[in-house]
Design a protein around this ligand. Sequence first.
Ligand SMILES: Nc1ncnc2c1ncn2[C@@H]1O[C@H](COP(=O)(O)OP(=O)(O)OP(=O)(O)O)[C@@H](O)[C@H]1O
Ligand SMILES: [Mg+2]
Length: 317
Amino acid sequence: MSTIIEIQGLTKQYGELTALNDLYLTLEEGAVFGFIGPNGAGKTTTMRILTTLLKPTSGKAWVAGHSVTDDPRAVRRAIGYMPDFFGVYDDMKVWEYLDFFGACYDIPPNIRAGMIDDLLALVDLGHKKDAYVEGLSRGMKQRLCLARTLTHDPQILILDEPASGLDPRARIEMRELLRELKNMGKTIFFSSHILSEVADICTSIGIIEAGRLIAHGDMAEMKRQLRTHRLIQLRALGDTLPLQAFLLSRPEVHNVTLGSDADLPPGTLRVDFSGDDNALGQLLADIVTQKLPLVGFFEETGDLEDVFLHVTQGIIN
Ligand SMILES: Nc1ncnc2c1ncn2[C@@H]1O[C@H](COP(=O)(O)OP(=O)(O)OP(=O)(O)O)[C@@H](O)[C@H]1O
Ligand SMILES: [Mg+2]
């Protein structure tokens, strides 16, 4: 595995406003990195610096080994960029649009025809080849825009909210498309503020808030580290009071909610637990040793939204 994107101390000021504040990030080749953050966090700013469209106030970044400030042309050859805004293309047909971008990348005309068909097949727009770009639906435009970023077969894709504004079905299609591109060996750096959707395709994520990267790392590892409050569900046989009393006597247990006063079936308890897997295993073993009748014991899998809310608590200014 080799590093393909390296960001060191990247800072961007817009006058008084610090849009990006001392960002450090490293991505390995083949990664699918989800760049997560609310509106105004600095996602687009970061991506525009990586794509050489914007100069940082300070700090450095390398893409495919090339400095974004010292060798922007080499960076541009290595990347495909999908901006957050599609643009306006009057009187241009779908195939002409791709042909135009192919020409911009000096792809010879005899190769372009086949390439256009391949790209349209990949994004499932073959049937729209002769349609006008302006007449496409939003989802189709997004897919066409993605096809455009692939015209020069770049190693790295930088996609600014590729799924924004799409309906649920189109979002799933976009996600499948990203998965396909990942399988083709591309490194993908994309932004989103919808966490639950990126969770299963990302290999790593970074959470940015008010210009600062507040958490980043391997997907699974992030979830583990961030979840200091794990929610464990238990189901007891008969009277739950002895079990409840036992649980509350444990230092790792912060709170116990009973089935009758929460959204839980009767006989079920929800425990707010802080501790690693060893501590959790010990808790179960001790319940059994105490002969407290237990028929269910499992951890509620928190989704990424919870992780995010937890991490960003108090940071939003
Ligand atoms: N050209 C500009 N001039 C002044 N301020 C800017 C400019 N571009 C962005 N900003 C500010 O920088 C901050 C970061 O903006 P940015 O577009 O990077 O956020 P974002 O994370 O992409 O947000 P969104 O989810 O809304 O796309 C915001 O406060 C924004 O107002
Ligand atoms: Mg943006």
